[in-house]
Design a protein around this ligand. Structure first.
Ligand SMILES: Nc1ncnc2c1ncn2[C@@H]1O[C@H](COP(=O)(O)OP(=O)(O)OP(=O)(O)O)[C@@H](O)[C@H]1O
Ligand SMILES: [Mg+2]
Length: 301
C-alpha cells in the first residue's frame, strides 16, 4: 500500500536536508537526488503507450518502474489514464478522494497557476513514487483538450520534477487523444507494449503516425524506444505468427526489445493485491523478465 499522507517518508520532501545535499559538492550516497553538474544523469522520461486497450501498458508501467526502483534508481510514475488503473495497482488508497491528481495539476499548468509543492501531490509507494489520478481526468480531455497549449500541460508539471528523479514513467489511456499527446510531448522515449493479438499489432501504425506528428510539431526529441512483446506464451502458434509479422513489418524501423514478458497468472495475482509482481513474487518468471527488460532499456542509454 502507498502512504497517502504526503509526507515524511517521501524522499523528495526532505526540505532543507535535500537542498543541502543538492548544493554540496560531494553528495550523500543515500541521497538519490542527483547533483547538478558533470555527474548529473539526465532524467529519462518514458511514455508507455498504445491506442489498443489491454496490452499491458499499466502493468508494464508499474513493473518497469519497480524493477528500476529495485536497482536504486529514483523513479516516479505518472498516472495519465482516467481509469486510474496504475494508481489502483500501485496501492494508492481512495484515489477518488484525492485533492491533488494529474487532473488538478494539468488544469493548474494550463491555467498558468503556481503548482503545489511536490510533497503535496506525490505519493510514495513501495520503491517508487506516483502522481495518481482518478476518473475526473476524463474532464480534461472533454473540456480543455481543444485549448491552445493543452498538449504541453504535463510537460510543465514534470519540468521541476526532472532534477528529483532518475526516471519518470507515464501510463497512458488506450486512445490517441489529448492525454496521450501530453505524454508524448513530455517524454523522451515511447515504449509500445504489444501482445500476441492481431489488433494489438495493427494499432501500432496509428501510434507511430501520432508520434511522428508530435515530433514534427511539438517535441522534436521524442523517439520510439521500442516495442515490448508482452503477455506472451511463446509456445503458441499465435505468438509465433504475430512476432513474425512484427519482425517483418517493423524491425527495420523500430527496435523490438529482446526481452519478452511471459504470460503468467502471477501478474493478475499481484494486481489483485495492489502490488508489483516484483514485490509479490520476486523470483517469478514475469518478475525476472521485467528486471531483464529494465536492464535492457538502461543499457540502451
Ligand atoms: N504478463 C502477463 N500475464 C498475464 N496477465 C497479464 C500480464 N500482463 C498484464 N496482464 C493482465 O492483462 C490485463 C490488461 O493489462 P493492463 O491493465 O496492464 O493493460 P492496459 O494496456 O493498461 O489496459 P488499458 O488499455 O485498459 O489501460 C490485466 O488484467 C492484467 O492483470
Ligand atoms: Mg492501463
Amino acid at each position: 500500500m502507498c502512504n497517502n499522507r504526503t509526507n515524511q517518508q517521501n524522499p523528495v520532501n526532505k526540505g532543507i536536508a535535500a537542498l543541502v545535499q543538492f548544493f554540496m559538492p560531494q553528495g550523500d550516497p543515500e541521497n538519490k537526488i542527483k547533483m547538478k553538474g558533470s555527474d548529473k544523469q539526465m532524467c529519462k522520461i518514458y511514455a508507455i503507450a498504445s491506442m489498443k486497450g489491454g496490452v499491458t501498458k499499466t502493468t508494464t508501467s508499474l513493473n518497469l518502474a519497480t524493477a528500476l526502483g529495485l536497482t536504486g534508481k529514483k523513479v516516479l510514475m505518472v498516472d495519465l489514464d482516467p481509469q486510474g488503473s496504475l494508481s489502483i495497482c500501485a496501492g494508492v488508497e481512495n484515489p477518488d478522494k484525492l485533492t491533488h491528481t494529474t487532473y488538478s495539476l494539468l488544469n493548474a499548468a494550463l491555467n498558468e497557476e503556481e503548482l503545489p509543492e511536490p510533497r503535496e501531490y506525490i505519493i510514495p509507494c513501495e520503491k517508487i513514487d506516483i502522481i495518481p489520478c482518478n476518473i475526473k481526468l476524463s474532464a480534461f480531455e472533454l473540456n480543455r483538450g481543444h485549448e491552445i497549449g493543452a498538449e504541453k500541460a504535463l510537460q510543465t508539471v514534470i519540468e521541476p520534477l526532472k532534477e528529483l528523479y532518475d526516471v519518470i514513467i507515464i501510463d497512458t489511456p488506450p486512445s490517441l487523444g489529448i492525454l496521450t499527446a501530453n505524454a508524448l510531448t513530455a517524454s523522451g522515449g515511447v515504449i509500445i507494449p504489444v501482445t500476441p493479438q492481431l489488433l494489438s499489432a495493427v494499432g501500432m501504425k496509428m501510434l507511430i503516425k501520432t508520434i511522428q506528428k508530435i515530433q514534427k510539431h511539438v517535441n522534436p526529441t521524442v523517439t520510439i524506444e521500442g516495442v515490448l512483446m508482452s503477455m506472451c506464451d511463446t509456445r503458441t502458434n499465435l505468438y509465433k505468427e504475430i512476432s513474425e509479422i512484427m519482425e517483418k513489418t517493423y524491425s527495420q524501423t523500430v527496435r523490438i526489445f529482446d526481452t519478452i514478458i511471459p504470460h503468467s497468472t502471477k501478474v493478475g495475482e499481484a494486481n489483485l493485491r495492489q502490488q508489483s509482481v516484483l514485490i509479490y513474487d520476486e523470483n517469478s518468471k514475469p518478475s525476472l523478465a521485467y528486471k531483464k527488460f529494465a536492464e535492457e532499456l538502461m543499457a540502451n542509454g
